[in-house]
Structure formats: C-alpha cells, structure tokens
Write a protein that binds this ligand. Structure first.
Ligand SMILES: *Cc1c(COP(=O)(O)O)cnc(C)c1O
Length: 425
C-alpha cells in the first residue's frame, strides 16, 4: 500500500522497479509464461501460488496499472478489464446470478442501463431502478429478499446528477449487500467513494483516466471492507467451495481483502476473457501519470463554460454541479468541493434545429460520441445517441431535444468560451 499522497501515487504508484529494472512499466506483450516443471505451473492453476500463466487471466503490465488504481481509490485489489462495460458487468455478475435482484440508480450511463435492464434480465437477474434523489425510506422499499447489490454513478453520464454515496451505502449495508459505484467522471482525484462507504468501485478508464482518447478500458477496485462471510447465505459464490477451482472458498482463502477480485479473475476472466490488452494498459498508465494535473483543469474549464452559458440569453438551462444554481450543488460541494469534472450539459432555446445548427458552427469543439479527453467535444443526444426517440420520449427521459452535452477539454478556457459565443451568435 502506498504511504504517499494521491498526486505522488498518480505518478509512481503500483510499480516499484528493482535495481537495473525498467523505469517505465514494461509492456509484457506475451500471451503465455514459461515454467521449468509442470508442478510449478500446477500450483498456479490450483491458486496455491501467485504468478502468471496465460494473459487471458492475468498479465504483469495490467497488474502494475491495476495496483496503481487500487492505491488511488484506497482499495485492496483491482482488475483491469477490456472496457467500462465489462467492468460493470463483472462487478455485478461476480455476486449476482439467475434469481438475484439489483437496486440501481436510474440516473446512469445508457450502456449500463441497457446492460442491467435488458441483457442481465435475460440472465434472470432482476432490477429495481430508484431515483438518485430517493429518501432513505424510498431506497429501503426497493430492496427484496434476493437483492444482492446496489449500484450508482458518482456523477451520472450524461445527466450530471450527483449520487448521495453515504446514504446509498448506509441503505445497502442495512440490507447486507455491497454498494458498487461507477466513479468514471470524478476519478479518484475528485472523489474516493470508498471513503464514503462504497464497497466496490468501477471505472470506464476510456474517459479521464486515459484522458487522451487513445484506449478503451475499464477497472474494478475492491475496498476489501465488505464482510462476505457475515452474509454468507447471500453470496455462495464467495463463501462456499468453487468446484471449478478444486473446492476453494474465496472468502476463506483470500479474506475480505482479496476474495472479490480473485474470484472475478479466476472465474469471470477465465470464462468471459474480457482482459485489457497490455498495450492499452501501458497507454492507460501514461494517462494516470498526469491525472492529478489534468483533472483540476477540466473542472476549471467546465466551471468557466457553465458560468458563461448560464448568462447567455439563447441558453434555456445549464447543468453543471459546480454552479450554485445547480440542483446537485450541495452534494457536489460535500463530495468533491467543486464541479467534479469537465462535462457540462445545456439546453438551447429552439430545440433540435437550434442545437444542430449551433454545433455546425463550433470550430474547436468537435462532434463526437465521447467525453472526458484532452480535446473538447460535444453531442446532441436527440440527433445521435438517442435519435430513435420521439420528442415526447426524450422529455420523459430528461433529455430535451435541444440538449447539448459538452465535454470541456484542456484547451484555454477563453478559447472555448469564444468558440461558444461565436456559434451561439
Ligand atoms: C463510458 C462509460 C461507461 C462504459 O465504458 P466503456 O469504456 O465505453 O465500455 C460506463 N460508465 C460510465 C459512467 C461511462 O461514462
């Protein structure tokens, strides 16, 4: 574990080279690893010894980068995945099975919403969606006998609602289940959900962690705090012998600190194989090395752009938790002390036509299905990601036709404001 501050961990966490070893994390671009005896290799298969045998399960490059992210989040173990989608699926499926139930915030990334509401439903896993603004009583009412996990996003993409992590954690724990928090938007530089009670933290590392729009990836971090054995009847996958691993009981053999990630590696990576490539893990780490320097600039640019837009007569409404007028301002101040990230969403007077012609006029901000990298980009959900929906359906989903989501990059904030001003004019 790191004894250093977060800024130092961003730069040097996870990898401590020995004498004469590479200063930078080496890319171990090898599918497999060599052993002198089959007895040596057998110990790995039995999880008796730790080591590498096949990159579909584990790779040293990935493990160095995962260890850095575990330190950044204040967790005990972490696993890189091929994408954010894989991270959220594995985090849930590691403790849910046919017949389980999940309580999830309704204000989450569209891909995750689909994963839970449609794809996991086909696996026999049921969900109750709750508003991120639910009271404690409303949250309690969503739980059932077969609930196995609670899920939310620290700052939701694209709605920019802020999760009350402390309250969600309190309710989850009262029902004997872990809280899983997707912390993609603030990153551990802005918020460390484990300090507020979250048990498992996930990320799409594709976004700010990579930060350069170079590599799709994800990560799962375990706090090591959830006591699986205390709720053994709910989590048999962790608390009873795994026949596919010679009768190992993960929670006994690896304890609270290691059981969740070891099971996810040994079972889910083995069977689904959604590992991150070592090359992408290397690129991710280049992003992590400057995460603490970049995030404050994203937040500063988001704040400046939000303040400019809020005063503009052609803008109907601006959502950015850093604005005093924002519905989630108090929560943002509690959990981050600022706007949280560089994503701002705003609604133009004049609906989808206004949004489309405005976006055509932008010179710096490119139209992209992406957020959270160095270059500013924007998207009008009504004409892109949500174009199959009618205006009425869009309103119901809280995505008015004239809504523009803008991800403020690392450019000079005055250039971003000048670009918006000329396009609005
Ligand atoms: C993008 C995103 C995801 C999905 O991540 P991918 O890396 O695109 O698979 C999940 N959660 C949030 C909050 C996201 O922004």
């Amino acid at each position: 574990m790191s004894d250093f501050r977060l800024n130092t961990t961003c730069v040097q966490g996870g990898y401590r080279p020995g004498n004469g070893e590479p200063r930078q994390i080496p890319i171990i671009q090898s599918t497999t690893f060599k052993y002198d005896t089959s007895e040596d290799m057998g110990k790995l298969f039995d999880l008796e010894a730790s080591g590498y045998f096949y990159t579909r399960l584990q790779n040293p490059t990935n493990d160095y980068v995962a260890a850095k992210i575990a330190e950044l989040e204040g967790g005990t173990a972490a696993m890189l995945t091929s994408s954010g989608q894989a991270a959220n699926f594995f985090a849930l499926f590691n403790i849910c099975e046919n017949g389980s139930h999940i309580v999830a915030s309704s204000s989450i990334y569209g891909g995750t919403f689909n994963l839970i509401a449609v794809t996991m439903a086909k696996m026999g896993i049921d969900v109750t969606f709750v508003s991120p603004d639910s009271t404690e009583e409303e949250l309690n009412a969503a739980f059932k006998e077969n609930t196995r996990a609670m899920f939310g996003e620290t700052i939701a993409n694209p709605a920019l609602t802020v999760l009350d992590i402390e309250l969600f954690a309190k309710v989850a724990h009262a029902h004997g289940v872990p809280l899983i928090v997707d912390n993609t938007f603030p990153t551990p530089v802005g918020c460390r959900p484990i300090e507020w009670g979250a048990d498992i933290v996930t990320h799409s590392t594709t976004k700010y962690m990579d930060g350069h729009g170079a590599a799709v990836g994800g990560v799962i971090v375990d706090s090591g705090k959830f006591d699986w054995m205390a709720h053994a009847d709910k989590f048999p996958g962790l608390t009873t012998p795994d026949d596919s691993y010679h009768g190992i009981t993960y929670a006994e053999k690896f304890g609270k600190e290691g059981a969740f990630i070891t099971k996810a590696t040994a079972q889910l990576m083995r069977d689904f194989g959604s590992i991150q490539s070592p090359q992408n893990a290397f690129l991710l780490n280049l992003g992590l090395e400057s995460l603490h320097v970049r995030m404050p600039r994203h937040v500063e640019n988001g704040q400046a752009v939000a303040e400019f837009l809020e005063k503009h007569p052609k803008v109907k409404k601006v959502s950015f938790p850093g604005l005093a007028s924002d519905a989630y301002h108090d929560r943002a101040m509690k959990y981050f002390g600022h706007g949280g990230c560089g994503v701002v969403s705003f609604e133009l007077e004049g609906g989808r036509d206004a949004a489309q012609s405005f976006m055509k006029k932008l010179k710096l901000a490119a139209i992209e299905t992406h957020v959270a990298d160095a270059r500013t980009c924007c998207l009008n959900p009504a004409t892109s990601t949500h174009r199959q929906m009618t205006d009425e359906q869009l309103m119901q989903a809280g995505i008015p036709a004239g809504l523009v989501r803008m991800s403020c990059g690392l450019e000079d904030k005055q250039d971003l404001i000048d670009d918006l001003a000329q396009a609005l004019a």
